[in-house]
Design a protein around this ligand. Structure first.
Ligand code: XIL
Length: 298
């Protein structure tokens, strides 16, 4: 096929992008997004600060703008993200202990209920592990509510939307390392105790090289009985960019339980990584070598 989404679909996968509501009136941007991608993630509009700006008062207009556009154009939606230590609303930043725990679980329940039936996969918890080389949980106000906050979030999400795949999502998990192993051990524990988890998201914000065990790392998670997804792919521009995009694509295709790949933006000028030019389209919307490399790999 001649687009990323259609080619991925032929392999039983999806190919997605993050969309920013504020860019949707840009016809070049939305034209590329509509043509190439069949899975959509809201870049910021479904985060806690966006959806619950005041406690127990919910705001879905920006998230809906993206989700409704996606669905009316035949695309599926990844929900991102129910709980994360970053982009928490100010009121939640001021809570701790059981007040924060209750607010967090209420948030999960309300947002997942609102979007019930419309979400392919939810990032239920984002970035809860540290980069300390020991595979520990990140210190955060959520973590200080008790180590069971993650499983409590997954149980609440399952009750609210039994049809969505429930994912744990993180970065710096691109190979077999202390952080990815910490997450692996959590997923193994969840599966053994019946905590509802269906998938692990690998953000894959990559520099100019990638670990040689990228595919093996995906496979070891899949072997635990969860799906794996590449959720926020972007790769620093450099001599290797096109080859690395192909390598990530080939790794996903080689792992039966890899559902698909999402890139974190459309054009280089849309990227959160200013100056990295890490995406598949240049700032004018032209296909880059990396685009062709992905399409050929699919
Ligand atoms: C980023 C967005 O791209 C930016 O627009 C925003 O200012 C900050 O967040 N990991 C995640 C994403 O899970 O939500 C982040 O998105 C990038 C890192």
């Amino acid at each position: 096929a001649s687009t990323l989404g259609a080619s991925a679909a032929e392999k039983g996968r999806y190919f997605g992008t993050a969309i920013a509501a504020g860019r949707m009136s840009d016809s070049t941007y939305i034209g590329i997004a509509n043509r190439e991608f069949n899975m959509i993630t809201a870049e910021n509009e479904m985060k806690w600060d966006a959806t619950e700006p005041n406690q127990n008062s919910f705001s879905y207009s920006r998230g809906d703008q993206i989700a409704n556009w996606a669905r009316s154009n035949g695309k599926q939606v990844r929900g991102h993200a129910l709980l994360w230590h970053a982009q928490m609303p100010g009121w939640a930043q001021n809570l701790s202990g059981s007040a924060l725990r209750n607010a967090a679980i209420n948030h999960v329940t309300k947002v997942a209920t609102y979007y019930r039936g419309k979400i392919h996969s939810w990032d239920v918890v984002n970035e809860a592990f540290a980069d300390d080389g020991r595979g520990s949980r990140r210190d955060s106000s959520l973590q200080r509510t008790g180590n069971d906050w993650i499983e409590a979030a997954f149980r609440a999400a399952r009750a609210a939307d039994p049809g969505a795949k429930l994912c744990y999502n993180d970065y710096n998990t691109d190979g077999i390392n202390a952080k990815s192993t910490g997450i692996y051990n959590m997923v193994r524990d969840f599966k053994s105790r019946g905590v509802p988890i269906d998938c692990v998201g690998f953000q894959a914000h990559l520099g100019t090289s990638m670990p040689g065990d990228f595919q093996a790392n995906l496979q070891r998670f899949a072997d635990l009985g969860v799906d794996v997804q590449i959720t926020e792919l972007d790769i620093q521009q450099g001599g290797n960019q096109a080859n690395m995009y192909a390598a990530v694509t080939n790794a996903c295709l080689a792992v039966a339980r890899c559902n698909g790949i999402t890139v974190w933006g459309v054009r280089d000028s849309d990227s959160w990584r200013t100056g990295a030019n890490p995406l598949l389209f240049d700032s004018s919307g032209n296909k880059k070598a990396a685009y062709t490399s992905v399409l050929n790999a699919l």
